[in-house]
Each structure stands twice: as structure tokens, then as C-alpha cells.
Ligand binder design. Structure first.
Ligand code: KIV
Length: 279
């Protein structure tokens, strides 16, 4: 998948997107037929255990994007630009370039609307496709006073439409709408010709994205209303490790099938080796 492939799906078949953070989650998302895989800075919370996404660094992101790129063969791989990595056009170009050359991503995502137009224009002009992200942008959580839905007043709804139009005009190939009332998401989706990818924006957007750990039940510190968890892998993993622990303590593991054996003749010789006791 390429950025133009995603862009051409406006009003077409829904675009399925998922986050992934390493080789194995990238491979799983790709095997499941995701169209777009985002190495989100949400990894700060679900992989690195931070309170929010603000402490994620460029070097950490590059490390995870490189690993994920080895597992993703078909989907469009997008790297999320972390907090303060695109504060100026120069920084956006340098860091966006690193994601493509070092990380092997095919596009970048950044948070913001009209305020990041110069950065989007410069990245696109440099040949770096940009996925925009408006609404509840987690890097601005301090300004929002928490993880709260956005666009709930007439003014705020209109401002979101203007943000979406601004990132479209700047050259973004799609835009994430996070935690926005469905009526506002519909208005935005109709107002722009690029696909909207919703997360907590109802079923009116051109595509959906969720966080891998939320979908698979691997992160339960908090689960936003808009998440659907399809399997409880976290609980299953604890049960599996408990079973392993019991087997080790009771010597049921390792069993014959997990054990290497010598030939009878060699085993006999090894048994005869005399070992001096340590003093
Ligand atoms: O960081 C992230 O995972 C994201 C998506 C949830 C859109 O920004």
C-alpha cells in the first residue's frame, strides 16, 4: 500500500488501520490485512509504561519503526513524530527524513491542524507523505486538561473543520480524527477530499484505527470508551505463565520432548566421569 492508494479510498472501501510497535506485532497486523500500520507514540504508554506520550524520544521511535518495518510487507507503514520533534520546519524535515531513511517508514504522522501547516508543506515538498491528526491530540493533553473528547461546542466543531481543510490544503494524504462527536466527524469527512481515519469518531469516517494493545487486551491501565477489545491476551498470557511456573516447580517441565539425550553408549561414558568435589 502507498499513500496514494490510501488517499484513493476516500468514500470507497473502509480503510483498516492498526498500531504496531515491533517485528511481531507488525507481522500480525500485516497478516490480518491491515491497510495501514502506524508505529504510534502511544508506545510510550503501552510498551514503555509512561503516564502519557510526552517522554517518547526520536531515537526510541526510530528503534521501534525499524523493527516494525521488518514485519510489515503489504500495509503502508507510518511513523508517528514524537512530542517536540517537529516544532520547527527544520526539525520536521530532519526527523521526518530519519523516519524514512533509518526507520524505513513510508510516511509520517504529526499532530495538529492550522498550526502545523508549514511543517506538512515542507515534508510533502521533500517527498515525505504526511498523515495529519486532529481532535484529541495526546501530545496536547496538558492543554486539554486530560484525555477529553474535542469539538463539543459549535466554535470548536467549526475550528476542527478548518483544521482538516488546512492539513488537506497543505498536502496531507489523510487525517486522523480522535475523540470527536460523530456528528462533527461526519461534517469533517464531508468537508475534505482526503480520507478521515477515526478513533473515537463514530462509524462515519473513511477508515478506523485502534491501538494494538487495546484490541488484544494487553493494556488495561485505562480503556477509552471507543475501544473494542476482541481478545483478552493479557489475562491469557498470565494464565499461561502461571501454568509454566507450576510445571517448573513440580518438575513437569521440561519433559522428554524438550530434552536432548546422548546415545546410550555416550551416556554410559559420561556417567563414568569422576568429578572432584570443590574444596
Ligand atoms: O499514537 C498513536 O497510537 C496514535 C493513534 C492512536 C492514532 O496516534
Amino acid at each position: 500500500m502507498t499513500a496514494p492508494d490510501i488517499q484513493s479510498r476516500k468514500d470507497g472501501e473502509k480503510i483498516c488501520c492498526m498500531t504496531a510497535y515491533d517485528y511481531s506485532s507488525g507481522m500480525i497486523a500485516d497478516a490480518a490485512g491491515m491497510d495501514l500500520v502506524l508505529v504510534g507514540d502511544s508506545l510510550g504508554m503501552v510498551v514503555l509504561g509512561h503516564e502519557d506520550t510526552l517522554s517518547v524520544t526520536m531515537d526510541e521511535m526510530i528503534h521501534h519503526v525499524r523493527a516494525t518495518s521488518r514485519g510489515v510487507k503489504r500495509a503502508l507503514l507510518v511513523a508517528d513524530m514524537p512530542f517536540m520533534s517537529y516544532s520547527t520546519v527544520e526539525m520536521a524535515l530532519e526527523n521526518g527524513g530519519r523516519f524514512l531513511s533509518e526507520g524505513r517508514a513510508k510516511a509520517v504522522k504529526l499532530e495538529g491542524g492550522e498550526n502545523v501547516v508549514p511543517q506538512i508543506e515542507a515534508l510533502v515538498a521533500a517527498g515525505i507523505p504526511v498523515m495529519a491528526h486532529i481532535g484529541l491530540t495526546p501530545q496536547h493533553v496538558a492543554r486539554f486538561g486530560g484525555f477529553k473528547a474535542q469539538g463539543k461546542t459549535l466554535e470548536a466543531a467549526k475550528a476542527l473543520v478548518e483544521d482538516a481543510r488546512a492539513v488537506e490544503a497543505a498536502g496531507a494524504f489523510c487525517v486522523v480524527l480522535e475523540a470527536i462527536p460523530v456528528e462533527v466527524a461526519e461534517l469533517i469527512t464531508k468537508a475534505v477530499d482526503i480520507p478521515t481515519i477515526g478513533i473515537g469518531a463514530g462509524n462515519v469516517t473513511d477508515g478506523q484505527i485502534l491501538v494494538y494493545h487495546d484490541v488484544l487486551g494487553l493494556f488495561d491501565r485505562f480503556t477509552p470508551k471507543f475501544v473494542r477489545t476482541y481478545v483478552q491476551h493479557g489475562k491469557e498470557a498470565v494464565q499461561a505463565l502461571e501454568m509454566y511456573g507450576k510445571d517448573v516447580r513440580s518438575t513437569r517441565f521440561p519433559g522428554d520432548k524438550n530434552t536432548f539425550y546422548l546415545s546410550d553408549e555416550m551416556a554410559e561414558q559420561v556417567r563414568k566421569i569422576k568429578i572432584k568435589k570443590k574444596k
